[in-house]
Ligand binder design. Structure first.
Ligand code: FAD
Length: 265
C-alpha cells in the first residue's frame, strides 16, 4: 500500500508575539490579530507534497479553528495541496489539546482511507506539541514525533530519522501512521502566482458540529481536562555578578567562600 491520501493538520497562529492573555478565561486573546500558518506546519505540507509526487497521493489539509483559519488552508493549497477542510463551530471553542485532538481525529476518520497524517512538531503560540500524539492515540495508529527526515521505505511502511536533543533514532512504522515533523526536514516552497490563482478553484469544505460524528462531552471547554490556574508574564530578575580574579587557586578559594556565604556548601 502506497499512501493514497495524506492529511496534513495545520494551525493558524498569530503573526506577532504581542499576544495578550484574557485575565478572565486565561486564554490567548487572538481578537484582531493577523494570522499565519504555523511555520512547522509548512514543513509538513512540503513533505506531503514531496511524498505525493512519488506515489502519487492526494494531499488534504485539515484545520480546526474560526472561519479566518481558511486563509492558512488557502496558503497550503497554493503550495500545492489538493483540498482543505476547516472544522469550525462554537461548540469546539475553548478546547485544550485533548479536545482539539479528538475533533481532528473524528474528522480524519470521516475523510476516510487516510494512510498518513502529518503534523508540525508544535504550534508556536501554545507550544505543547501534544496534538499530533493525541490524534495518533485516538486513531490507534503508530506515531513518530520530531521527524527530521521521512521516506517511503516499502509498499506499506515509512522510515523516519528522529532528531532528539543529543541523539538520532531511525524508526520504521507501518502505514497508516502519524508523524510530527521538525523544520530540518525540508525548505517549504513558496506558492507561485499561478498556484495562488489555482488554489481558489480547489475545494475548501467547512465542517460544523453536525457534520461530524461527535461525543459532545468531549468538546470545547467541557471536554478539556486542562485547568489553567494562573497565566502571567515572568518578571525579569536582576542577578548579581561577581568576577573571580587572580590565579586559579585564588579564584577557587573566592568561589568556595562565596558558595559558603550563600550556604550552598
Ligand atoms: C484550558 C485551555 C483552554 C484553551 N482555550 C482556547 C480557546 O478558547 N481558543 C483557542 O484558540 N485556544 C485555546 N486553547 C489553546 C488550544 O487548546 C491549543 O492551541 C490547541 O489545543 C493546540 O495546542 P497547541 O497549540 O499546543 O498545538 P501543538 O500540539 O503544539 O501543535 C502541534 C501540531 O498539531 C497541529 N495542530 C494544532 N492545533 C491545530 C488545530 N487547531 N487545527 C489543526 N491542526 C492543529 C499542527 O500540525 C501543529 O503543528 C486552550 C488551551 C487550554 C489548555
Amino acid at each position: 500500500m502506497k499512501p493514497k491520501t495524506i492529511v496534513v493538520c495545520i494551525k493558524q497562529v498569530p503573526e506577532t508575539n504581542e499576544v495578550t492573555i484574557d485575565p478572565q478565561t486565561h486564554n490567548l486573546d487572538r481578537r484582531g490579530l493577523a494570522g499565519i500558518m504555523n511555520p512547522f506546519d509548512k514543513n509538513a505540507v512540503e513533505q506531503a507534497l514531496q511524498l505525493a509526487d512519488q506515489t502519487p497521493a492526494k494531499v488534504v489539509l485539515l484545520s480546526m479553528g474560526p472561519d479566518d483559519y481558511a486563509e492558512s488552508l488557502r496558503e497550503g493549497m497554493a503550495m500545492g495541496a489538493d483540498a482543505g477542510y476547516l472544522l469550525s463551530d462554537r461548540a469546539f471553542a475553548g478546547a485544550d489539546t485533548l479536545a482539539t485532538g479528538y475533533v481532528i481525529a473524528q474528522a480524519i476518520k470521516q475523510i476516510g482511507e487516510v494512510d498518513l497524517v502529518l503534523f508540525g512538531r508544535q504550534a508556536v503560540d501554545a507550544d505543547t506539541g501534544q496534538v499530533g500524539p493525541i490524534v495518533a492515540e485516538f486513531l490507534h495508529q503508530p506515531q513518530i514525533t520530531y521527524a527530521a527526515s521521512l521516506r517511503l521505505s516499502g509498499d506499506n511502511e515509512i522510515t523516519a530519522e528522529r532528531l532528539l536533543e543529543d541523539t538520532k533514532q531511525t524508526l520504521v512504522a507501518q502505514l497508516p501512521a502519524v508523524v510530527t515533523v521538525r523544520s530540518e526536514l525540508n525548505t517549504p516552497r513558496y506558492p507561485t502566482p499561478r498556484n495562488i490563482q489555482l488554489s481558489f478553484e480547489k475545494p475548501l469544505t467547512i465542517w460544523h458540529h453536525d457534520d461530524l460524528d461527535l461525543d459532545d462531552s468531549r468538546l470545547g471547554q467541557a471536554g478539556s481536562p486542562t485547568i489553567v490556574t494562573k497565566v502571567y508574564e515572568p518578571k525579569p530578575t536582576k542577578r548579581e555578578l561577581t568576577s573571580l580574579t587572580g590565579t586559579p587557586t585564588e579564584a577557587a578559594s573566592q568561589l568556595i567562600k562565596a558558595l559558603k556565604a550563600h550556604q550552598l556548601i
